[in-house]
Design a protein around this ligand. Structure first.
Ligand code: S3P
Length: 424
Protein backbone atom coordinates (compact mmCIF):
# COMPACT_ATOMS: atom_id res chain seq x y z
CA UNK A 1 0.00 0.00 0.00
CA UNK A 2 1.13 3.55 -0.77
CA UNK A 3 0.15 6.39 1.55
CA UNK A 4 0.02 10.08 0.74
CA UNK A 5 0.67 12.64 3.46
CA UNK A 6 0.07 16.37 2.97
CA UNK A 7 2.09 19.10 4.60
CA UNK A 8 0.11 20.38 7.57
CA UNK A 9 -0.07 23.14 10.14
CA UNK A 10 -1.91 23.28 13.44
CA UNK A 11 -1.91 19.66 14.67
CA UNK A 12 -4.21 19.88 17.65
CA UNK A 13 -5.92 17.44 19.93
CA UNK A 14 -5.47 14.62 22.33
CA UNK A 15 -4.68 11.04 21.29
CA UNK A 16 -4.11 7.61 22.79
CA UNK A 17 -1.42 5.51 21.24
CA UNK A 18 -1.29 1.69 21.14
CA UNK A 19 0.25 -0.45 23.85
CA UNK A 20 3.97 -0.80 24.42
CA UNK A 21 5.50 -3.38 22.10
CA UNK A 22 8.23 -4.54 24.49
CA UNK A 23 5.79 -4.96 27.37
CA UNK A 24 3.13 -6.68 25.21
CA UNK A 25 5.63 -9.31 23.99
CA UNK A 26 6.82 -9.99 27.51
CA UNK A 27 3.31 -10.26 28.98
CA UNK A 28 2.50 -13.09 26.53
CA UNK A 29 5.83 -14.86 26.98
CA UNK A 30 5.91 -14.72 30.77
CA UNK A 31 2.19 -15.43 31.01
CA UNK A 32 2.78 -18.59 28.95
CA UNK A 33 5.44 -19.74 31.43
CA UNK A 34 3.30 -18.88 34.45
CA UNK A 35 0.79 -21.02 36.27
CA UNK A 36 -2.78 -19.77 35.87
CA UNK A 37 -4.26 -17.02 33.74
CA UNK A 38 -2.57 -13.77 32.78
CA UNK A 39 -5.09 -11.08 31.80
CA UNK A 40 -3.56 -8.36 29.65
CA UNK A 41 -5.31 -5.09 28.80
CA UNK A 42 -4.03 -2.46 26.38
CA UNK A 43 -2.16 -5.17 24.45
CA UNK A 44 -0.54 -4.07 21.18
CA UNK A 45 -2.16 -6.16 18.46
CA UNK A 46 0.49 -5.14 15.91
CA UNK A 47 2.05 -7.83 13.73
CA UNK A 48 5.14 -8.34 15.93
CA UNK A 49 3.22 -9.12 19.09
CA UNK A 50 0.81 -11.30 17.12
CA UNK A 51 3.87 -13.29 15.98
CA UNK A 52 4.73 -13.88 19.65
CA UNK A 53 1.16 -15.09 20.30
CA UNK A 54 1.32 -17.41 17.30
CA UNK A 55 4.64 -18.93 18.50
CA UNK A 56 3.31 -19.64 21.99
CA UNK A 57 0.11 -21.12 20.59
CA UNK A 58 2.30 -23.54 18.63
CA UNK A 59 4.06 -24.34 21.90
CA UNK A 60 0.73 -25.54 23.29
CA UNK A 61 -0.50 -22.41 25.10
CA UNK A 62 -4.13 -21.38 24.77
CA UNK A 63 -4.28 -17.60 24.19
CA UNK A 64 -7.49 -15.63 23.61
CA UNK A 65 -7.49 -12.23 21.94
CA UNK A 66 -10.53 -9.92 22.03
CA UNK A 67 -9.68 -6.42 20.85
CA UNK A 68 -6.77 -5.26 22.99
CA UNK A 69 -7.57 -7.75 25.75
CA UNK A 70 -5.54 -10.92 25.83
CA UNK A 71 -5.89 -13.88 28.16
CA UNK A 72 -2.97 -16.28 28.35
CA UNK A 73 -3.82 -19.62 29.93
CA UNK A 74 -0.33 -20.35 31.24
CA UNK A 75 0.70 -23.91 31.99
CA UNK A 76 3.58 -23.18 34.35
CA UNK A 77 7.34 -23.08 33.97
CA UNK A 78 7.47 -26.62 32.57
CA UNK A 79 4.24 -26.36 30.55
CA UNK A 80 5.42 -25.81 26.97
CA UNK A 81 5.14 -28.66 24.50
CA UNK A 82 7.03 -29.46 21.29
CA UNK A 83 5.65 -27.61 18.26
CA UNK A 84 4.68 -29.66 15.22
CA UNK A 85 6.22 -27.14 12.80
CA UNK A 86 8.79 -24.32 12.68
CA UNK A 87 7.96 -21.19 14.68
CA UNK A 88 7.60 -18.09 12.50
CA UNK A 89 8.63 -14.86 14.26
CA UNK A 90 7.75 -12.71 11.23
CA UNK A 91 9.63 -9.38 11.46
CA UNK A 92 10.13 -9.51 15.22
CA UNK A 93 13.64 -9.37 16.67
CA UNK A 94 12.24 -9.32 20.20
CA UNK A 95 10.32 -12.55 19.60
CA UNK A 96 13.23 -14.53 18.16
CA UNK A 97 15.83 -13.35 20.67
CA UNK A 98 13.71 -13.72 23.81
CA UNK A 99 12.06 -16.99 22.85
CA UNK A 100 15.49 -18.51 22.13
CA UNK A 101 16.39 -18.15 25.82
CA UNK A 102 13.26 -20.10 26.72
CA UNK A 103 13.54 -22.76 24.01
CA UNK A 104 17.21 -23.45 24.74
CA UNK A 105 16.11 -24.99 28.06
CA UNK A 106 13.12 -27.07 26.90
CA UNK A 107 13.09 -30.88 26.69
CA UNK A 108 12.42 -30.70 22.90
CA UNK A 109 13.88 -29.27 19.71
CA UNK A 110 12.49 -26.59 17.50
CA UNK A 111 13.18 -24.36 14.50
CA UNK A 112 12.81 -20.57 14.47
CA UNK A 113 12.45 -18.61 11.26
CA UNK A 114 11.20 -15.22 10.14
CA UNK A 115 10.98 -12.81 7.23
CA UNK A 116 13.80 -11.54 4.99
CA UNK A 117 14.70 -8.75 7.46
CA UNK A 118 14.90 -11.16 10.43
CA UNK A 119 17.21 -13.44 8.44
CA UNK A 120 19.68 -10.54 8.18
CA UNK A 121 19.68 -9.57 11.86
CA UNK A 122 22.56 -10.78 14.06
CA UNK A 123 21.78 -13.78 16.28
CA UNK A 124 25.34 -14.51 17.37
CA UNK A 125 24.75 -12.01 20.18
CA UNK A 126 22.31 -14.48 21.79
CA UNK A 127 23.90 -17.69 20.49
CA UNK A 128 27.18 -16.84 22.29
CA UNK A 129 25.89 -16.36 25.85
CA UNK A 130 23.24 -19.07 25.54
CA UNK A 131 25.90 -21.51 24.29
CA UNK A 132 28.02 -20.67 27.34
CA UNK A 133 24.99 -21.75 29.37
CA UNK A 134 25.05 -25.08 27.54
CA UNK A 135 22.52 -24.31 24.81
CA UNK A 136 22.73 -26.10 21.47
CA UNK A 137 21.72 -23.59 18.79
CA UNK A 138 22.46 -24.25 15.14
CA UNK A 139 22.41 -21.54 12.54
CA UNK A 140 22.43 -22.89 9.00
CA UNK A 141 22.95 -19.30 7.84
CA UNK A 142 26.22 -18.21 9.57
CA UNK A 143 24.87 -16.63 12.73
CA UNK A 144 21.50 -15.62 11.27
CA UNK A 145 18.03 -17.22 11.31
CA UNK A 146 16.77 -19.85 10.67
CA UNK A 147 17.90 -21.26 14.01
CA UNK A 148 17.50 -24.86 15.14
CA UNK A 149 17.42 -25.12 18.91
CA UNK A 150 18.05 -28.50 20.53
CA UNK A 151 16.73 -28.16 24.07
CA UNK A 152 19.31 -28.90 26.80
CA UNK A 153 19.82 -28.67 30.54
CA UNK A 154 21.40 -25.23 31.07
CA UNK A 155 23.83 -23.92 33.64
CA UNK A 156 24.18 -20.50 35.26
CA UNK A 157 26.88 -18.16 33.92
CA UNK A 158 28.47 -14.81 34.56
CA UNK A 159 28.31 -12.69 31.41
CA UNK A 160 29.39 -9.17 30.51
CA UNK A 161 27.23 -7.58 27.84
CA UNK A 162 29.33 -6.42 24.85
CA UNK A 163 26.41 -4.32 23.50
CA UNK A 164 23.63 -2.58 25.40
CA UNK A 165 20.76 -4.81 24.29
CA UNK A 166 17.64 -5.56 26.28
CA UNK A 167 16.88 -8.39 23.89
CA UNK A 168 20.15 -10.15 24.69
CA UNK A 169 19.84 -9.46 28.41
CA UNK A 170 16.27 -10.76 28.41
CA UNK A 171 17.20 -13.90 26.49
CA UNK A 172 19.82 -14.74 29.13
CA UNK A 173 17.45 -13.88 31.99
CA UNK A 174 14.77 -16.16 30.56
CA UNK A 175 17.28 -19.00 30.19
CA UNK A 176 18.44 -18.35 33.77
CA UNK A 177 14.98 -19.28 35.08
CA UNK A 178 15.70 -22.89 34.09
CA UNK A 179 19.25 -23.28 35.45
CA UNK A 180 20.66 -24.32 38.78
CA UNK A 181 22.54 -21.50 40.50
CA UNK A 182 22.57 -17.76 40.02
CA UNK A 183 23.23 -16.13 36.67
CA UNK A 184 25.07 -12.80 36.79
CA UNK A 185 24.92 -10.28 33.95
CA UNK A 186 27.17 -7.23 33.93
CA UNK A 187 25.47 -4.48 32.01
CA UNK A 188 27.91 -1.57 31.58
CA UNK A 189 25.30 0.61 29.83
CA UNK A 190 21.70 0.19 30.96
CA UNK A 191 19.07 -1.07 28.50
CA UNK A 192 15.31 -1.22 29.01
CA UNK A 193 14.40 -3.20 32.14
CA UNK A 194 10.84 -4.39 31.43
CA UNK A 195 11.93 -8.03 31.71
CA UNK A 196 13.34 -7.54 35.19
CA UNK A 197 10.26 -5.62 36.38
CA UNK A 198 7.70 -8.00 34.90
CA UNK A 199 9.46 -11.27 35.71
CA UNK A 200 9.75 -10.18 39.35
CA UNK A 201 6.04 -9.30 39.31
CA UNK A 202 5.38 -12.89 38.14
CA UNK A 203 7.50 -14.26 41.01
CA UNK A 204 11.09 -14.35 39.76
CA UNK A 205 14.08 -13.22 41.79
CA UNK A 206 16.09 -10.72 39.74
CA UNK A 207 18.15 -7.95 41.32
CA UNK A 208 20.09 -5.09 39.77
CA UNK A 209 22.90 -3.63 41.81
CA UNK A 210 24.48 -0.79 39.81
CA UNK A 211 24.46 -2.69 36.54
CA UNK A 212 25.24 -6.10 38.05
CA UNK A 213 22.09 -8.12 37.48
CA UNK A 214 21.61 -11.42 39.31
CA UNK A 215 18.89 -13.91 38.57
CA UNK A 216 18.04 -17.04 40.50
CA UNK A 217 16.15 -19.98 38.99
CA UNK A 218 12.47 -20.26 39.92
CA UNK A 219 10.23 -23.13 40.93
CA UNK A 220 7.20 -21.48 39.34
CA UNK A 221 5.90 -18.16 37.95
CA UNK A 222 2.31 -17.11 38.63
CA UNK A 223 -0.19 -15.50 36.21
CA UNK A 224 -0.98 -11.83 36.79
CA UNK A 225 -3.09 -8.95 35.49
CA UNK A 226 -1.12 -6.60 33.28
CA UNK A 227 -2.19 -3.18 32.02
CA UNK A 228 0.10 -2.31 29.13
CA UNK A 229 0.91 1.44 28.96
CA UNK A 230 1.08 3.28 25.63
CA UNK A 231 4.36 2.88 23.78
CA UNK A 232 6.71 5.85 24.13
CA UNK A 233 8.36 4.73 20.89
CA UNK A 234 5.01 5.30 19.13
CA UNK A 235 4.36 8.51 21.08
CA UNK A 236 7.70 9.82 19.78
CA UNK A 237 6.27 10.36 16.26
CA UNK A 238 3.58 12.64 17.68
CA UNK A 239 6.04 14.35 20.02
CA UNK A 240 8.27 15.18 17.05
CA UNK A 241 5.30 16.23 14.89
CA UNK A 242 3.92 18.46 17.66
CA UNK A 243 7.31 20.15 18.08
CA UNK A 244 8.07 20.85 14.42
CA UNK A 245 4.69 21.39 12.72
CA UNK A 246 3.76 25.09 13.11
CA UNK A 247 0.97 26.03 15.49
CA UNK A 248 0.58 22.57 17.05
CA UNK A 249 -0.49 21.48 20.51
CA UNK A 250 -0.91 17.76 21.20
CA UNK A 251 -1.56 15.72 24.33
CA UNK A 252 -0.58 12.06 24.13
CA UNK A 253 -2.39 10.06 26.79
CA UNK A 254 -1.22 7.14 28.89
CA UNK A 255 2.40 6.79 27.78
CA UNK A 256 4.90 4.52 29.56
CA UNK A 257 7.75 6.66 30.91
CA UNK A 258 10.08 4.01 32.33
CA UNK A 259 13.40 5.89 32.76
CA UNK A 260 15.21 3.33 30.57
CA UNK A 261 12.98 4.52 27.68
CA UNK A 262 12.73 8.30 28.11
CA UNK A 263 15.87 9.44 26.28
CA UNK A 264 13.67 11.03 23.60
CA UNK A 265 11.97 13.28 26.18
CA UNK A 266 15.36 14.33 27.59
CA UNK A 267 16.71 14.95 24.08
CA UNK A 268 13.77 17.10 22.98
CA UNK A 269 13.82 19.05 26.25
CA UNK A 270 17.55 19.71 25.89
CA UNK A 271 16.79 21.13 22.43
CA UNK A 272 14.37 23.62 23.98
CA UNK A 273 11.26 21.66 23.04
CA UNK A 274 8.06 22.20 25.01
CA UNK A 275 7.49 18.70 26.42
CA UNK A 276 5.40 18.59 29.55
CA UNK A 277 4.87 15.41 31.58
CA UNK A 278 1.50 15.48 33.32
CA UNK A 279 -0.68 13.19 35.37
CA UNK A 280 2.17 10.84 36.42
CA UNK A 281 1.07 7.52 37.87
CA UNK A 282 2.21 3.91 38.08
CA UNK A 283 0.83 0.71 36.58
CA UNK A 284 2.25 -2.79 37.20
CA UNK A 285 5.59 -1.36 38.37
CA UNK A 286 5.87 0.81 35.24
CA UNK A 287 5.54 4.62 35.43
CA UNK A 288 2.91 6.16 33.12
CA UNK A 289 1.99 9.78 32.25
CA UNK A 290 0.38 12.02 29.64
CA UNK A 291 2.76 14.00 27.45
CA UNK A 292 1.95 17.49 26.20
CA UNK A 293 3.94 19.00 23.32
CA UNK A 294 3.73 22.38 21.58
CA UNK A 295 5.47 23.79 18.54
CA UNK A 296 8.93 24.92 19.63
CA UNK A 297 12.05 26.53 18.24
CA UNK A 298 14.51 23.67 18.57
CA UNK A 299 18.27 24.03 19.01
CA UNK A 300 20.78 21.39 17.93
CA UNK A 301 22.19 18.89 20.41
CA UNK A 302 24.67 16.01 20.64
CA UNK A 303 23.47 12.51 21.46
CA UNK A 304 26.03 10.00 22.70
CA UNK A 305 26.75 7.48 25.47
CA UNK A 306 24.11 6.21 27.84
CA UNK A 307 21.21 8.15 26.30
CA UNK A 308 21.50 6.11 23.07
CA UNK A 309 19.97 2.82 24.33
CA UNK A 310 17.34 4.92 26.13
CA UNK A 311 16.06 6.19 22.76
CA UNK A 312 17.46 3.78 20.18
CA UNK A 313 14.12 3.24 18.39
CA UNK A 314 13.34 6.97 18.38
CA UNK A 315 16.52 8.15 16.62
CA UNK A 316 14.96 8.01 13.10
CA UNK A 317 12.22 10.48 14.04
CA UNK A 318 14.61 12.45 16.22
CA UNK A 319 16.70 12.98 13.05
CA UNK A 320 13.67 14.53 11.34
CA UNK A 321 13.22 16.96 14.25
CA UNK A 322 16.96 17.77 14.22
CA UNK A 323 16.64 18.81 10.55
CA UNK A 324 14.23 21.50 11.73
CA UNK A 325 16.47 22.70 14.59
CA UNK A 326 18.96 25.56 14.59
CA UNK A 327 22.57 24.32 14.38
CA UNK A 328 24.30 20.99 13.79
CA UNK A 329 23.15 17.89 15.67
CA UNK A 330 25.54 14.97 16.09
CA UNK A 331 24.51 11.39 16.96
CA UNK A 332 27.34 9.06 18.10
CA UNK A 333 27.63 5.55 19.59
CA UNK A 334 24.49 4.49 17.73
CA UNK A 335 25.92 1.71 15.52
CA UNK A 336 23.07 -0.53 16.75
CA UNK A 337 20.84 1.43 14.33
CA UNK A 338 22.49 -0.52 11.51
CA UNK A 339 21.08 -3.86 12.73
CA UNK A 340 17.44 -2.90 13.30
CA UNK A 341 14.56 -3.79 10.91
CA UNK A 342 16.65 -1.92 8.33
CA UNK A 343 20.01 -0.15 8.56
CA UNK A 344 18.35 2.96 9.92
CA UNK A 345 21.36 5.23 9.43
CA UNK A 346 21.42 4.36 5.73
CA UNK A 347 17.68 4.15 5.11
CA UNK A 348 16.85 7.44 6.86
CA UNK A 349 19.63 9.24 5.04
CA UNK A 350 18.55 7.77 1.70
CA UNK A 351 14.84 8.52 2.10
CA UNK A 352 15.22 12.01 3.57
CA UNK A 353 17.62 12.70 0.70
CA UNK A 354 14.63 12.16 -1.62
CA UNK A 355 12.90 15.00 0.26
CA UNK A 356 15.77 17.37 -0.56
CA UNK A 357 17.64 17.27 2.75
CA UNK A 358 21.01 15.80 3.64
CA UNK A 359 21.87 13.64 6.63
CA UNK A 360 25.55 12.75 6.77
CA UNK A 361 26.09 9.09 7.67
CA UNK A 362 28.95 8.26 10.04
CA UNK A 363 30.24 4.88 11.26
CA UNK A 364 28.28 5.11 14.48
CA UNK A 365 25.57 7.68 13.84
CA UNK A 366 24.83 10.78 11.82
CA UNK A 367 25.50 14.48 11.48
CA UNK A 368 22.39 16.56 10.85
CA UNK A 369 22.63 20.13 9.67
CA UNK A 370 19.58 21.95 11.05
CA UNK A 371 17.49 24.52 9.25
CA UNK A 372 17.21 22.53 6.00
CA UNK A 373 13.93 22.90 4.17
CA UNK A 374 12.21 19.53 3.77
CA UNK A 375 10.42 19.16 0.42
CA UNK A 376 7.68 16.75 -0.56
CA UNK A 377 8.34 13.73 -2.78
CA UNK A 378 8.15 9.95 -2.93
CA UNK A 379 9.92 7.84 -0.32
CA UNK A 380 10.20 4.11 0.36
CA UNK A 381 9.67 2.53 3.80
CA UNK A 382 12.26 -0.25 3.28
CA UNK A 383 9.50 -2.30 4.97
CA UNK A 384 10.67 -0.75 8.25
CA UNK A 385 7.76 0.57 10.35
CA UNK A 386 9.80 3.26 12.06
CA UNK A 387 11.27 4.52 8.78
CA UNK A 388 7.73 4.80 7.33
CA UNK A 389 6.42 6.75 10.34
CA UNK A 390 9.51 9.01 10.50
CA UNK A 391 9.04 9.83 6.81
CA UNK A 392 5.37 10.61 7.52
CA UNK A 393 6.47 13.15 10.14
CA UNK A 394 8.96 14.67 7.68
CA UNK A 395 6.12 14.86 5.12
CA UNK A 396 4.09 17.05 7.49
CA UNK A 397 6.67 19.83 7.13
CA UNK A 398 7.16 19.32 3.36
CA UNK A 399 5.95 21.70 0.68
CA UNK A 400 3.13 19.63 -0.79
CA UNK A 401 2.13 15.98 -0.90
CA UNK A 402 4.51 13.13 -0.07
CA UNK A 403 3.93 9.51 -1.05
CA UNK A 404 5.30 6.71 1.12
CA UNK A 405 5.53 3.41 -0.74
CA UNK A 406 5.04 0.14 1.16
CA UNK A 407 3.60 2.26 3.92
CA UNK A 408 1.49 -0.48 5.55
CA UNK A 409 4.50 -1.86 7.46
CA UNK A 410 3.40 0.53 10.27
CA UNK A 411 1.18 -2.43 11.24
CA UNK A 412 4.22 -3.93 12.98
CA UNK A 413 3.97 -1.52 15.91
CA UNK A 414 1.22 1.05 15.20
CA UNK A 415 -1.64 -0.32 13.07
CA UNK A 416 -3.76 2.88 13.08
CA UNK A 417 -0.88 5.37 12.83
CA UNK A 418 -2.17 7.18 9.72
CA UNK A 419 -5.71 7.45 11.09
CA UNK A 420 -4.38 8.88 14.36
CA UNK A 421 -2.30 11.40 12.42
CA UNK A 422 -5.31 12.44 10.37
CA UNK A 423 -7.43 12.82 13.52
CA UNK A 424 -5.29 15.72 14.78
C1 S3P B 1 13.58 -4.23 22.50
C2 S3P B 1 14.86 -3.82 22.67
C3 S3P B 1 15.57 -2.98 21.70
C4 S3P B 1 14.62 -2.28 20.75
C5 S3P B 1 13.57 -3.19 20.23
C6 S3P B 1 12.76 -3.81 21.35
C7 S3P B 1 12.99 -5.12 23.52
O1 S3P B 1 16.45 -3.80 20.96
O2 S3P B 1 15.33 -1.71 19.68
O3 S3P B 1 12.68 -2.46 19.39
O4 S3P B 1 11.75 -5.27 23.56
O5 S3P B 1 13.75 -5.69 24.33
P1 S3P B 1 17.92 -4.19 21.54
O6 S3P B 1 17.69 -4.68 22.87
O7 S3P B 1 18.48 -5.23 20.65
O8 S3P B 1 18.68 -2.90 21.47
Amino acid sequence: MDKTINARTGLKGSIRIPGDKSISHRAVMFGSLAKGDTNITGFLTGDDCMSTISCFRKLGIDIEVVGDRVTVHGKGIKGLSAPSEALDVGNSGTTIRLISGILAAQPFDCVLNGDASIRKRPMKRIIDPLSQMGADIESTNCGYAPLTIHGKKLKAIEYTMPVASAQVKSSILLASLFTEGKTVINEPVASRDHTEIMLNYFGADIKNNNGVITSAPVEELYGKDIEVPGDISSAAFFMAAGLIVPNSHIIIKNVGINPTRTGIIDAFKSMGGFVNIINERSSGGEPVADIEVKTSRLKATTLEGSIIPRMIDEIPVFAVAALCAEGTTVVRNAEELKVKESNRIATMSEELGKLGVKIEETDDGMIIEGGQKIKSGTVYSHLDHRVAMSCAVAALVGNGTTTITDADCVGISFPDFYEKLESL
